[in-house]
Each structure stands twice: as structure tokens, then as C-alpha cells.
Design a protein. Structure first.
Length: 340
């Protein structure tokens, strides 16, 4: 829940990199905010005299260290003002300054004037991208989980099995996001992976992680439950079907997960913070999903639920098309009934 998205800049690179050295020199010579200035564009076509008032209001904000001389283009009716924050581009205080300029400072300075101002620049743009991802990510997750629920219900003819799969998938991705926050935002054990400073989570990584993990975890889920379902159809014993299903698929799932964990953890060895983030997040997610979730929580919850695992309302079952195991069972029955 403490996830803060953004885009790491050159300040997150190793100190041996020339980009990091240039970043540090600029910060030392001109202040930390010089690496991420705020650009304010003002439409002054209807009120050219508002620029001075706006510059004074921006300079008076506690989060602004300095304001440059405005560049005025009378022919275009536009003025551009560059402001230097008191804090660095990745600091939460800088994003708060941007929001304060947009919500309070600029509207108050332009009150009663037809002029309009817009805040941009790299720092503001990164904050906007992060805010947009935060806004749309729940919609993406909800849509994918809803479709997965319907497909699993079609295949396994159950309500609780797909519902459990959806809930445990959220557990895996939540655990991975939590580890990323602890390492990259809070700095816990950051030195062990070569991270020299804390950084926000790259805005697109939570979305990519969810998509990749969802595909892998559903592979494991379908592989496991297909075998459990076959055993249940054959024996009618829920506990025996779970034990046999785990015994026959557990090694394959664990081995496949170990391969993926090794691949993704290798990304942590890179220098780029974004690459480390991606690798550590996915390695953690798959580790949790393939061990704690698939090998412990799935069989445990299915054992506790008993035969209710395979319950589905009759009116729903009659309206669902026949796919997956049930369709295969019918086809097999028809083949057996054919004359030799």
C-alpha cells in the first residue's frame, strides 16, 4: 500500500557512471532541484501583464528555490517560466510542490485573469505518468481477473476454484510489490543488490509484473487443477484427488518455477535500477506463487472446502458451454461407445 511510482533518473546510477557524476556535480553546484526544473507555460494573449504576478507567486512558494527570468513571446501570446525546486526530482516533496503549484499557487495568482498556466517539465511529466498508471492499474487488474474467473469456471465447472485462484494471484503480486517497496523505496538490503540510493518504483513495472506473473501463475494453476479434477472425476474423493494431483504435478511446477526465478533474478545483477526492479519483483512473485501459494495454500484451502470446491449452481452450469475436461470426458465416452 506504500507503493510510490515514478521514473528513476541518473541519480540512481552507480557512482562510477559518468551520468551519475554529472548529476551529482549539478546538484552540488546549483542545488538538488536543478536536475529536475519545473517549466510553467502561460497563455498571456488576453492578459500580458499577469506574468510578473505569477512569477512572484511561484517564487514565494516554500518548495521553490529560484525562478528564472520569464521568456515572453508576444507574437505567440505565450510566456515560459522555469522554476527550480528546493528538493531533487525523486523526492516526494518535489511532487507535492508540483501539485501545490497546480492546485493553489497558479489558480490564486491568475484569479480574475483570462490567462491560463500549465505546469510541465520532466519532473511533472513523470509524476503525471505515475498518477495515470495508479489510476488505470486497478481497472486493468479487475478486467483480467474477471475474464480469468469466467474462463476457469468454464473449464472446471466450479465457483470456488476460480474465486480462490483469483484471490491467491492477488496475494502473490501483492507480496512482490511489498518486497519492491521495502528494497527500492525503504532501502532494506539495497546494498546487497548494488542499489546505491532509494528510488520510486518505475511506473510501468507494476503493470508488466502483473501481466507476466498472471500468465505464469495461471499456467501453474491450470496444470495443477486439471490433474486434481481428473482424479476427482475418477474417484469422487476430494482429499485423495488433491494428494494425487499434488504428487503428480508438484515437481514439474517447482522445477519450472525454479528456472523462471533463476532467469529473472539474473536481471538483479545489472546496473540499471529499473532492470533490478523488474528482476527482483518477478523472482519474488514466482517464488511466492509456486511455493507458498500453489504447493501450500491451494491444497490447504481445497482440503478445507471439501466437495464444495466443485459446486456450481445448476442454472449456471446449464448455460455455460462445454469446454475443457468435461468436453474431453464426453468425447472419450463417445469413443468408447463406438463399435469396434
Amino acid at each position: 500500500m506504500a507503493l510510490r511510482v515514478g521514473i528513476p533518473d541518473d541519480g540512481a546510477l552507480p557512482e562510477a557512471r559518468t551520468e551519475r557524476q554529472a548529476y551529482d556535480l549539478v546538484a552540488q553546484g546549483f542545488g538538488p532541484g536543478s536536475n529536475g526544473p519545473v517549466v510553467i507555460a502561460v497563455d498571456i494573449a488576453a492578459d500580458p501583464g499577469v506574468v510578473d504576478t505569477l512569477v512572484k507567486a511561484v517564487a514565494a512558494d516554500p518548495g521553490i528555490a529560484a525562478v528564472g527570468s520569464p521568456e515572453i513571446h508576444p507574437g505567440a501570446g505565450v510566456a515560459v517560466v522555469v522554476a527550480i525546486p528546493t528538493t531533487g526530482p525523486q523526492d516526494a516533496a518535489t511532487h507535492e510542490t508540483v501539485e501545490r503549484l497546480r492546485a493553489d499557487v497558479l489558480p490564486n495568482a491568475l484569479a480574475g485573469s483570462p490567462a491560463r498556466a500549465h505546469v510541465g517539465g520532466q519532473t511533472a511529466n513523470f509524476a503525471d505518468v505515475g498518477a495515470r498508471v495508479n489510476e488505470r492499474l486497478p481497472v486493468l487488474i479487475a478486467a483480467v481477473l474477471a475474464m480469468a474467473f469466467v474462463l476457469l469456471m468454464l473449464v472446471f465447472r466450479s465457483v470456488l476454484v476460480p474465486l480462490k485462484a483469483v484471490g491467491l494471484n492477488l496475494l502473490s503480486i501483492g507480496a512482490a510489490h511489498g518486497v519492491m517497496v521495502m528494497v527500492f523505496q525503504w532501502g532494506w538490503a539495497a546494498g546487497l543488490i548494488g542499489l546505491e540510493s532509494t528510488v520510486p518504483i518505475v511506473s510501468f513495472i507494476p503493470m508488466f509484473m502483473f501481466a507476466i506473473l498472471f500468465g505464469l501463475s495461471m499456467d501453474y494453476e491450470v496444470f495443477l487443477l486439471s490433474r486434481v479434477r481428473e482424479e476427482y472425476v475418477a474417484t469422487g474423493d476430494n482429499q485423495v484427488s488433491i494428494v494425487n494431483g499434488i504428487a503428480m504435478t508438484g515437481r514439474v511446477i517447482t522445477s519450472a518455477a525454479l528456472i523462471m526465478i533463476s532467469v529473472f533474478f539474473a536481471f538483479v545483477l545489472g546496473e540499471d535500477a529499473s532492470t533490478k526492479m523488474f528482476g527482483l519483483g518477478l523472482a519474488t512473485a514466482i517464488l511466492v506463487d509456486a511455493t507458498l501459494v500453489r504447493m501450500v495454500l491451494v491444497p490447504a484451502t481445497m482440503t478445507l472446502l471439501g466437495d464444495a470446491n466443485w459446486w456450481i449452481p445448476g442454472w449456471v452450469d446449464r448455460r455455460l458451454p462445454s469446454v475443457g475436461d468435461e468436453a474431453g470426458d464426453r468425447a472419450a465416452d463417445q469413443l468408447v461407445a463406438l463399435p469396434s
